[in-house]
Design a protein around this ligand. Structure first.
Ligand SMILES: Nc1ncnc2c1ncn2[C@@H]1O[C@H](COP(=O)(O)OP(=O)(O)OP(=O)(O)O)[C@@H](O)[C@H]1O
Length: 626
């Protein structure tokens, strides 16, 4: 063994003369161990044979190759997609009886444009797009702050960062980096980084506006010299999903530090909040929006102060997130008494107190279509006081806690009770017509709740069928004990829809469909009922004129008459006011133009609500502590 050992070179056979490093060290160790054997040291034989094992040398060679490549050599080029497609095609060719899918894949991969695409991909992937930077000087002064040189290629996107000036020192700092913007995606610029130079021009002492001007004038690559800030704290909270409860326009918010970096949103918009590090200004993007770039939105913290920042962008490129509010979006629109309907003597008919077609069909009684309740609703809506929900941030600063509602994605489990379906719409739009048709077509699936009333029972009516007829005291007791989802008074009698009557329908395994006055929405938005709220919107007055030539509508407690032109305008006005105030609660909007189509839309929406995932308030899933 020793003889053979002396014949061995210092390095393993096949080892390159150029190979140094670990293999070299190992060879020296082996030599040491060999000498140990000569000195008859215990275990040296074993160690010697282990260290001379060929596999160990192969492993070391692989390791050295990898280290060498990653350090000095250019990235190895692997035309991966093209090669893979060739391999796939040759495998398919080798198949005796390729399946139709394999044949289709072969044809697709063979197309010249597909080949060109793959080849383009490979060439792009191979290229190194990093800037060529000057070598570092050999000797750096001891007191030199570490400087980062960042090269960004100017394109049509905003750079997505804001800058601010420290008034004491005159230093310019990066104030914030907007998620999804160019600066963020570069990963090289961070809030707090001190900006030293832009394209070779020193910026200390300059006004932020001047720095922006330098950026505007530069073309192609922009080279920044920055002194990096200390490591960034990680975002403490995971992504949060919210529904906007107000309209917001950064251009109209005097508190925002940089309106250009803000993001406008409207009531009901779903927002993904990706950064809450700044307690005053969060970064968010709209869900389902094509734009990757986030924008600033106010946080729910009350105390916001304005600290001036400038949007570090290409000024001739408007920030894509910004959309000024349309005039119709802003402010309060009160419904006036104008909406009251006027009777004419040539085209009206009197209706009996409760009589309406369609409530009693071939032995089937459909509850919940009592017109007294509906007339009361109309009057009640006219009396409504403005709600704080409808104010913009600028108008109602103390509502910031109501800016957003946290939402989660919810899919109803097959064993869960059906979600309550709530229809909302201006009087006369056709809410009851749609509801009636839905229940009539499929009474085994859909049902309305039976309302309570204090009015006397009429001939032919049955208690607990048309109504739950109750004494005034019982009704008052139920009111005090919050038993009603909504209640009101008409012609001296009380009417109400109780939570229990809705539960009765749900317990029967049916989908409960109710129509509700919008200011009662909060009474149904509960974990138990998990309502899906559908707003029924009128089509244009012109379209209503076409579709509502024949129908009569309920003008007041006693009169049914044809629609007049003025009615259509009033329905439209009422609809706009309702939507302006409550649209943040609407899960779906149906335009009731053609009746058949609207019925179909309603049917689809209800199916969607019961069977597909929806964004619902997160509070529905918060455990309730006793
Ligand atoms: N899409 C439509 N096309 C034609 N007529 C319609 C349509 N939708 C509803 N109508 C008719 O319009 C009239 C009013 O509808 P409906 O009674 O359902 O209104 P509503 O929204 O429930 O308001 P209210 O509670 O004040 O009666 C009814 O005669 C109804 O048949």
């Amino acid at each position: 063994m020793r003889e053979s050992m002396e014949e061995e070179p210092m390095t393993h056979p096949g080892h390159d003369d150029n190979d140094v490093g670990l293999a070299q060290i190992l060879a020296e160790v082996v030599e040491e161990v060999r000498l140990s054997i000569d000195r008859d040291i215990n275990g040296a034989d074993l160690l010697y044979s282990l260290l001379r094992a060929p596999w160990l040398y192969s492993l070391l060679r692989v390791y050295e190759c990898l280290v060498l490549h990653s350090r000095d050599a250019p990235r190895p080029y692997m035309p991966y997609s093209s090669r893979l497609s060739q391999e796939i095609m040759s495998s398919v060719r080798g198949l005796a009886a390729p399946s139709s899918e394999a044949q289709e894949l072969y044809i697709l991969l063979k197309y010249p444009h597909m080949q060109a695409l793959l080849s383009a991909h490979d060439s792009v992937a191979q290229r190194d797009y990093g800037p060529v930077l000057p070598p570092l000087p050999d000797k750096l002064p001891d007191n030199e702050e570490p400087m980062r040189i960042v090269c960004l290629v100017k394109n049509k996107q905003p750079l997505g960062a804001t800058i601010r000036k420290d008034e004491k020192t005159g230093n310019i700092f990066i104030a914030r980096v907007i998620h999804g913007g160019l600066a963020d995606r570069s990963g090289l610029l961070h809030p707090g980084d001190k900006l030293v130079e832009v394209n070779g021009q020193k910026v200390q002492g300059l006004l932020p506006e001047h720095v922006i001007q330098i950026l505007v004038r530069s073309q192609g690559n922009i080279i920044f010299k920055v002194i990096p800030n200390s490591p960034q704290p990680i975002n403490s909270r995971a992504t949060l999903y919210v529904r906007a409860m107000v309209d917001y326009s950064p251009l109209q918010d005097p508190a925002i530090p940089c309106p250009d970096a803000g993001m406008a949103f409207s009531k009901g918009d779903l927002l993904e909040i990706v950064d809450q590090r700044d307690i005053r200004w969060w970064q968010a993007r709209k869900l389902h929006s094509a734009s990757l770039c986030c924008g600033l939105i106010p946080s729910t913290n009350q105390f916001r102060s304005k600290q001036r920042e400038l949007w570090w962008s290409q000024p001739y490129q408007a920030h894509t997130c910004i959309r000024p509010l349309s005039p119709g979006d802003v402010g309060e629109e009160e419904v006036t008494d104008e909406i009251k309907y006027i009777e004419t003597d040539e085209d009206f008919e009197f209706v009996s107190e409760e009589g309406e077609n369609g409530e009693h069909m071939q032995g089937l009684y459909i509850a919940g279509f009592r017109h007294s309740l509906r007339v009361w609703r109309r009057k009640s809506y006219l009396r409504q006081k403005p709600s704080c929900y409808s104010c913009g941030v600028g108008i109602c600063h103390n509502t910031s806690a109501n800016l957003y509602e946290e939402v989660v994605h919810y899919q109803r489990h097959i064993d869960d009770p059906p979600r309550l379906i709530v229809l909302i719409g201006p009087s006369g739009v056709g809410v009851n017509e749609l509801r009636r048709r839905l229940i009539k077509i499929n009474p085994n699936t859909y049902q309305g709740p039976i309302s309570h009333t204090t009015r006397p029972q009429n001939m032919g009516e049955k208690n607990d069928r048309e109504y739950h007829f109750v004494p005034k005291e019982t009704f008052a007791f139920m009111v005090v004990n919050h038993k009603f989802l909504e209640y009101g008074e008409d012609n001296g009698h009380m009417y109400g829809t109780s939570l229990d009557s809705v539960k009765d329908v749900l317990d029967n395994g049916k989908i409960c469909v109710i129509d509700l006055e919008p200011n009662c929405i909060n009474s149904v938005r509960t974990k138990k009922l998990k309502p899906y709220i559908i707003f029924v919107r009128p089509p244009s007055p012109e379209s209503m004129r076409q579709t509502r030539k024949d129908p009569h509508f309920l003008a007041n407690s006693y009169i049914k008459r044809y629609f007049h032109d003025k009615d259509f305008e009033e329905i439209e006005d009422a609809s706009r006011a309702m939507e302006g105030k409550y649209r943040q609660f609407f899960d779906c909007v149906i335009v009731n133009d053609d009746l058949q189509d609207s019925c179909m839309d309603l049917f689809t929406a209800i199916q969607h609500a019961q069977e597909e995932p929806q964004w619902v308030p997160a509070s529905w899933f918060v455990p309730v502590h006793p």
